[in-house]
Design a protein around this ligand. Structure first.
Ligand code: XMP
Length: 510
């Protein structure tokens, strides 16, 4: 029997993953499913509660996504959030209209009626709204439980049928008591049992890997980053030497990175083989300026190098990958997004080599993988490492990649990261790095005219890399980093700081 879960029907809200995470943080397993899942299928999957997410549509649009109405008859508690609330009103016989005053941002919620949903919550508090439509007439047997200035039906319910709707977003941090409301829904209304605890997940996953792999062998390509390190360690604890770990040095790594990764991973006990393929990669990148072309070459060469090694492993049947839940949700096409960059991974490998994918983290969020890492004893330094793109420094040298430029970039980047760690900024930043620009600029060093390269510094805050804002450093910090780079890195005459956000700019420059 599958673990009982809260299913979140996704109507395209930007917060849908956040809802799933909140539910799991509260100790109950949750999954995101497409909004048009048939009620019968949902029933088979053992729901303990159903959440209807927000979304950009209006219920009265001819093409509005409307869920299977039988979900309201399953006898499973339902919570509609924003668009989800409007769906409940619309599908069960109420009315929804355009609001004359759209409500975005903070609003004060006033509770009208005591209910299990509000246990432990004051009568008035701030919530986060973001809607243009509103419920104007409730379905039969529904009553308002709370209101805001602009929404007389900010919280509604048919408590007998355990169907609830919220006009605001309980999942965002700006809603006070949002977590308490979700917790009340889970434990008081759905009567859910705690079934999501990371120490249990580690045991379950270990058992699953052991069973699935049997006597065959598993290939892992490590990058030194969080996901592949934790996935490998978990797998290693499950199957020991049947796991073969490779680290491909493509020559596009940061200063001292290969040695650092080797030391770190060996300290964790992982059996690691390092493959030095840097001259092959650099040879193939000669004369290549186009970013997508660089990615393609690096991706293909990576596969080729790893394939050669993997073929030497007898009985290799699986390729370990640290795929996370957000990747699964996105690739399922729930969130239609245009392809901006080809993000290289080793996806082509299993097909060519007849390897099956082993993806123990397919249903986990990054925070959860970090938690597993902690349980397995992975040092914080690895768990907090900034993400580093597969194509490495090749996409941080604008234009052609040369050995000389790699060395310049490595030295500048090292100074930046060193200073970030020293000032304690590193862990508050999603990603920080230096970029080498393909232009020269005039300067003077010791009375001599110079005509040197330009380094751009990039540092962003983000929660998932999908959107990002540039990090506000104090000026004395930028001053020190710039001085050090110009003084210590020969060939660099100027340093600039990138103050673009994503969107419209991406995090990487290429
Ligand atoms: P962008 O530049 O698209 O980056 O805003 C979002 C996140 O993805 C990383 N990134 C890559 N990762 N291969 C990777 O493995 C790639 O080709 C690639 N391009 C960007 C980037 O570092 C950031 O974390």
């Amino acid at each position: 029997m599958e673990r009982k879960a809260v299913f979140i029907l996704n109507f395209g809200s930007q917060y849908v993953q956040l809802i799933a995470r909140r539910i799991r943080e509260l100790g109950v397993y949750s999954e995101i499913v497409d909004w048009n899942i048939p009620a019968r299928e949902l029933e088979k999957r053992n729901p303990v509660g159903i959440i209807l997410s927000g979304g950009p549509a209006s219920v009265y649009d001819p093409l509005a996504p409307l869920p299977d109405e039988s979900i309201y008859k399953l006898g499973v508690p339902v919570l509609g959030i924003c668009y989800g609330l409007q769906l409940i009103a619309y599908q069960l016989g109420g009315r929804v209209g355009k609001s004359s005053q759209q409500e975005y941002g903070r609003a004060t919620l006033r509770i009208l009626k005591k209910d299990l949903l509000f246990e432990g919550i004051p009568e008035e508090f701030e919530v986060w709204m973001s809607h243009a439509d509103k419920v104007v007439e409730l379905p039969k047997d529904f009553e308002p439980l709370a209101l805001s200035d602009n929404s007389p039906y900010a919280v509604v319910a048919n408590s007998k049928r355990t169907i609830y709707g919220l006009q605001f977003h309980p999942e965002v941090v700006h809603t006070f008591y949002g977590k308490q409301i979700l917790s009340n829904f889970l434990y008081k209304i759905c009567k859910a049992k705690k079934n999501w605890k990371m120490t249990d997940i580690v045991k379950e996953k270990t058992e699953e890997i052991r069973k699935r792999v049997g006597n065959s062998k598993v290939i892992a390509a490590l990058s030194g980053g969080v996901d592949s390190t934790v996935a490998s360690l978990l797998t290693y604890r499950a199957i020991g030497n049947k796991l073969h770990c490779f680290f491909v040095d493509h020559g596009l790594l940061r200063y001292g990175e290969r040695e650092e990764v080797e030391t770190n991973l060996k300290a964790l006990g992982l059996p690691l083989k390092i493959i030095d393929a840097s001259s092959l990669f650099l040879e193939r990148l000669k004369g290549i300026e186009d970013p997508e072309e660089k990615r393609r070459i690096i991706g293909n060469t990576f596969i080729e190098v790893l394939e050669k090694e993997a073929l030497k492993v007898k009985d290799a049947r699986y390729l370990l990958q640290g795929t996370l839940y957000p990747d699964v949700v996105e690739s399922a096409g729930i969130k239609g997004s245009a392809k901006i960059k080809t993000h290289h991974n080793v996806g082509g490998l299993p097909e060519k080599m007849n390897l099956k994918l082993l993806e123990p983290f397919r249903e986990l969020f990054k925070d959860e993988v970090r938690e597993i890492g902690r349980i397995l004893g992975v040092p914080e330094e690895i768990l907090n490492r900034h993400p580093f793109p597969g194509p490495g420094l090749a996409i941080r040298i604008i234009g052609e990649v040369t050995e000389e430029d790699l060395n310049i970039l490595r030295r500048a980047d090292r100074i930046f990261i060193e200073e970030l760690k020293r000032e304690g900024f590193y862990n508050n930043i999603w990603q920080a790095f230096a970029v080498l620009l393909p232009i020269r600029s005039v300067g003077i060093k010791g009375d001599v005219r110079t005509y040197d390269k330009v380094i751009a510094l990039r540092a962003v805050e983000s929660t998932d890399g999908m959107t990002a804002d540039w990090f506000r450093f104090p000026s004395h910090f930028l001053d020190r980093v710039a001085r050090r780079i110009v003084n210590e890195v020969r060939g660099v005459g100027r340093v600039v700081y990138d103050i673009s956000s994503k969107p419209p700019s991406t995090i990487e420059w290429e």
